[in-house]
Ligand binder design. Structure first.
Ligand SMILES: [Ca+2]
Ligand SMILES: [Ca+2]
Ligand SMILES: [Ca+2]
Length: 409
């Protein structure tokens, strides 16, 4: 689902349910990579010489705009536009990006090694009403399509093989009611994971987590929807992190697929949300400071901050600057987020993808912090993600399209 509509639904849900009482719910190997990350930071001035030649970028079937890829006045010479389409949700695996176009929801991939952009599927046709967020793991793209008949009550999970270009339905899910939210799709070698609201009518809009075993085809529900709501789901290898609303606040929960265990990573009376994970490192947005001062929360961000924790490690406040920080991601030693410090309303969350924020990157090992966008003409960056030394984010191009940019450290 496109994030605009998703967010509206989320706020409607929270408004509707704000007065309700929610009872509580159930409940190392980084060093070499770190060295490479540090070197990447040190070599950032050389990045223009790195692997991608912008002249190689092309759009399948249409190369007419090839010369017009935008280096982005708001993000400097190490930064470039990597598609012309209006991008909604996107994910990365190594050199491949998968994204859903707005508003069609059609799914494309971009191969950063060749610049080739490939159409994967349309979303609206006689059989299907639309798609939910796509994800990528190794050579596979996964995406849900919502069937027209019966409306919204059935979704097919498709898998596309990047190497053979073949696609197939691997699973079908049904609801007695409808699928209002079906999101946060993740995959690894053995499982596909997502959140949906198939029991929403029973549990007042509860999202629950579902895990599909790819070898057996068996689907299992991980969360107890009568008592909680789970969302913001991210997976790295066999570890899953998600936000769980419980007992009036939000926590970051770690689920270990192999051990089948749930661990409360944040364990704090205030709101924690939007987790991301790499290996045993978890980063999230934390409202403990603003809420202890009585001026904000998950529902009404005023001054949330970025926090980090290794699963067995100490809690670290990564960014506590006095404006709104959101949308963290992590890879190796590097943490990225977007940050409203240069917006004229730095303590008011305006609308989703309004591009009023800067994108920051922070190196855990050195403490070095870089602001990679320069918010000007009401355009900065939003929703960053990182893979090795490449930072991706949504920005506005010179044709006023909200699309995807890549910054190389
Ligand atoms: Ca909490
Ligand atoms: Ca803050
Ligand atoms: Ca603002």
């Amino acid at each position: 689902m496109k994030n605009y509509s998703k967010l509206i639904v989320i706020f409607l849900i929270f408004f509707i349910s704000a007065g309700e009482f929610f009872i509580s719910c159930k409940n190392n190997g980084i060093n070499d990579a770190n060295t490479e990350m540090n070197e990447a930071f040190d070599q950032k001035s050389d990045c223009l010489d790195s692997s991608i030649d912008i002249s190689e970028f092309s759009e399948s079937g249409d190369n007419t705009q090839q010369e017009d890829f935008y280096t982005g006045a708001f993000c400097g010479p190490n930064c470039r536009q990597i598609t012309f389409r209006d991008v909604g949700v996107y994910k990365i695996w190594e050199n491949i990006i998968v994204y859903g176009e707005y508003p069609t929801e059609d799914i494309y991939i971009i191969d950063l090694t060749t610049g080739q952009e490939t159409f994967i599927t349309s979303c609206k046709d006689e059989e299907y009403e639309g798609c939910a967020d796509a994800t990528i793991y190794k050579n596979y793209i996964y995406y849900f399509r919502r069937n027209r008949e019966p409306p919204y009550k059935q979704c097919d999970l498709w898998r596309y093989n990047i190497l053979t270009r073949e696609k197939e339905i691997i699973h079908t899910i049904r609801s007695e009611y409808y699928f209002g939210i079906l999101t946060d799709l993740n995959a690894n070698d053995n499982y596909v994971l997502w959140a949906d609201d198939r029991n929403a009518e029973i549990n007042r809009y509860a999202w629950e987590l579902y895990l599909l075993n790819l070898s057996t085809g068996e689907e299992s529900r991980l969360t107890n929807g009568s008592e909680c709501m789970a969302f913001d789901v991210r997976m790295w290898k066999n570890k899953v992190v998600f936000t769980e609303r419980r007992g009036g606040d939000h926590e970051i929960i770690l689920y270990d697929i192999e051990k089948n265990t749930f661990t409360n990573i944040s364990n704090n009376i205030y709101d924690q949300y939007q987790p991301a994970i790499w290996e045993d490192r978890v980063v999230w947005i934390d409202s403990r400071t603003e809420q202890s001062q009585g001026v904000g929360s998950y529902y009404n961000p005023h001054n949330p901050d970025v926090y980090f924790k290794q699963i067995e490690g100490e809690l670290v406040a990564v960014e506590t600057e006095g404006s709104i920080q959101r949308n963290p991601d992590i890879f190796g030693n590097l943490i990225v987020w977007d940050d409203e410090r240069n917006d004229d309303t730095p303590n008011t969350y305006d609308t989703h993808i309004d591009l009023r924020s800067e994108v920051f990157v922070y190196d855990i090992s050195t403490g070095e912090k870089i602001m990679i966008t320069q918010y000007k003409d009401k355009t900065g960056g939003e929703e960053p993600r990182i893979w090795e030394n490449r930072i991706f984010f949504l920005g506005r191009d010179k044709n006023n399209t909200i699309t995807l940019f890549m910054y190389e450290l």
